[in-house]
Design a binder for this molecule. Sequence first.
Ligand code: TMP
Ligand code: ASP
Length: 252
Amino acid sequence: MARRTKIYEGKAKVLYDGPEPGTIVQYFKDEATAFNAEKKDVIDGKGVLNNRLSEFFMNGLQAIGIPTHFIKRLNMREQLVRKCEIIPLEVIVRNYAAGSISKRLGIEEGTQMPRPIVEYCYKDDSLGDPLVTEEHIAAFGWASQQDMEDILSLALRVNDFMSGLMLGVGIRLVDFKIEIGRVYEGDYQRLVIADEISPDSCRLWDIETGRKLDKDVFRRDLGNLTDAYSEVARRLGVLPKTAQMPKPKIVE
Ligand code: TMP
Ligand code: ASP
């Protein structure tokens, strides 16, 4: 079999040319990074969980008419997606304060936002993905006015879908990040949700206990990351309820 062509290797995924023109294979790695890769580790099983969870979220979005790049999952670590041109923005939606907005504006973590707040960061690791305004986005031509209207509407629809889904399993969607791609169909372009949606790119807190079930477990050394992601997957029915790592038994 011919070796696949690697198109790009990021911090958490590798992209290969797909089997058909216009397709890409996304391979989910076990690497976890935080603070622009200052902190790194390999977390056994993270890639498998994110592949499954991202498939679940993308399928759910498509089912309610929100277009995504997702085509199908291929195996434990890979999914087939539509090739698209990624808009160089991280689109963040915040329902409760946490992370950088808490630091930036001095808002206590967990404070509910008066309404969902959408922020844009320019995707450039060498600059640490700086926060930008719509003025920068328009002036530098990263997205048109029409794109920005569509992106805002997509981001808020994803927020409603994800918040409701999580609420149903006792989890608060604190915030999340999505990336948007352009696909061309003849003379038309369409925007789709691209990249991944997983506990790497969301903040998820248990409603009862406040337990963190997302990448902050790794960022802040709060325990075992795959335990947290598995809990999300189990509650959503993505992993069978009984799929638990065997715990060591005390032999008396
Ligand atoms: P922040 O509070 O660090 O700005 O993060 C906001 C949300 O975006 C949080 O759910 C984590 C996610 N995020 C990413 O997915 N990738 C990133 O590079 C960063 C900084 C945040
Ligand atoms: N993904 C980014 C990094 O690797 C930041 C983060 O998620 O905290 O460093």
